[in-house]
Design a protein around this ligand. Structure first.
Ligand code: NAD
Ligand code: MG
Length: 399
């Protein structure tokens, strides 16, 4: 039977890869809704090509512009505003929601899908970083199935036994004979850059990832390795890890996407080309396998795989993330919000690459140990952190 799907963030890198995989299986998926923030021309192409039932534009006037540019006889209804994101996520007709908005902006519609018990394909790692505990509890209550899209978490998921796969968010790793999860990361484009030259690196250089082609924000996060930090926090929630059950290994080739180490000494790894269509096809088809358009690995061409430990002086943001993870949800919310502000300022040419860590660190100075138990409380912390980070950006700019 055909599954009805909403893609949140359809004009982005993950959104487009999802459309590519779905188009290979027209009998299995029907496109209910696609959403975007403000990119009207990308949305015109998507609507004309895939003819979803609904297209949502969040920014003011973008919905109007989209309507004006679509053919008069289009079958697609255009909606505007952030509330429409939630509507197309929780609607009864929807079976599956691909959560591929970038940043904390994805939290509300993704949580709406979770609360309605949908199958949620989760790429939007920031949602889990901000509200991990609430998110997992909400899924347990509604019976929503969370399937990880992020390549590392998808790899770990693929290396888990069936029973653990059914317990995303609340599995006990030791019950499944698991010692550790090993998150791999390439080290990004500045792995070999002399540390004293990091401050001069431009947005263009930061966005040139050696192995993966991705959106701008995650590309900068990969260069600071805060991306690995966000993924560490994401893994902590998806797989219910303790501190000694989660390690990071630098693996420059990005062929092993992550690993699970069992108590008998076995280590199971998932490998593949660095192409997000593989994890996307895995979660779309799960538990079956479907074609993604990605070829298997050519081991003879690969030659060697290498591994090394993380150097935290090169990647101070990663250290901040690991510490925040074990401090709690308010710390990870502050870190995420400050980083979104800092990365935007870096991409705008306002601050230097090395100031990103500085802005995050400054925002974390406002941390206090209140326990947060609602999305509203988290959003308040998020807003405060954005203000603190913006102030720090101004200080850095005028220093
Ligand atoms: P992108 O920048 O290419 O696309 C982001 C999408 O979100 C766009 O469709 C955009 O219109 C939408 N969007 C942006 N701001 C919004 C807002 N305020 N409200 C509503 N919609 C908004 O990003 P991406 O690289 O596709 O990444 C999407 C998510 O997937 C991120 O959380 C990222 O960390 C995660 N992810 C991406 C990759 C990758 O290879 N690109 C891999 C793993 C995880
Ligand atoms: Mg990843």
């Amino acid at each position: 039977m055909s599954q009805s799907i909403t893609i949140l963030g359809a004009t982005g890198s993950i959104g487009k890869s999802t459309l590519d995989v779905i188009a290979r299986h027209p009998e299995s998926y029907s496109l209910f809704a696609v959403t975007a923030n403000g990119n009207v021309s990308a949305m015109v192409d998507i609507v004309n090509r895939y003819q979803p039932q609904y297209a949502v534009m969040v920014e003011d006037n973008a919905a109007e512009q989209l309507r004006a540019q679509l053919p008069a006889d289009t079958r697609t209804q255009v909606l505007g505003g952030a509330n429409a994101l939630t509507e197309v996520s929780e609607c009864n007709e929807v079976d599956v929601v691909m959560a591929a908005i970038v940043g904390a902006a994805g939290l509300t519609p993704t949580l709406a899908a979770i609360n309605q018990g949908k199958r949620v394909l989760l790429a939007n790692k920031e949602a889990l970083v901000v509200s991990g505990e609430l998110f997992i509890n909400a899924a347990r209550q509604s019976g929503a199935q969370i399937l990880p899209v992020d390549s590392e978490h998808n790899a770990i998921f693929q290396c888990l036994p069936d029973l653990a796969q059914q317990q995303v968010g609340h599995m006990q790793l030791t019950d499944h004979g698991i010692d550790k999860l090993l998150l791999t990361g390439s080290g990004g484009p500045f792995r070999h850059t002399p540390i004293e030259q990091l401050a001069q690196q431009t947005p263009e250089q930061a966005c040139k990832h050696p192995n993966w082609s991705m959106g701008q924000k995650i590309s900068v996060d990969s260069a600071t390795m805060l991306n690995k930090g966000l993924e560490y926090i994401e893994a902590r929630w998806l797989f219910n890890c303790q501190r000694d059950q989660l390690d990071i290994v630098i693996h420059p080739q990005s062929v092993i996407h992550s690993m699970v180490q069992y108590i008998d000494g076995s280590v199971i790894a998932q490998m593949g080309e660095p192409d997000m269509r593989t994890p996307i096809a895995h979660v779309l088809g799960f538990p079956d396998r479907i074609r993604s358009g990605v070829k298997g690995l050519d081991f003879m061409a690969l030659g060697e795989l290498s591994f090394m430990p993380v150097d935290f002086t090169r990647y101070p943001c990663l250290k901040l993330a690991i510490d925040s993870c074990w401090h709690g949800q308010s710390a990870t919310t502050i870190l995420n919000a400050a980083n979104e502000v800092a990365v935007a300022a870096f991409l705008n040419g306002q601050i230097r690459f090395t100031d990103i860590a500085e802005v995050c660190d400054a925002a974390l100075q406002n941390l206090n140990s209140v326990h947060v138990d609602s999305v509203e409380a988290l959003m308040t912390i998020d807003a405060q952190a954005r203000r603190a980070a913006s102030q720090r950006v101004e200080q850095v700019v005028y220093a």
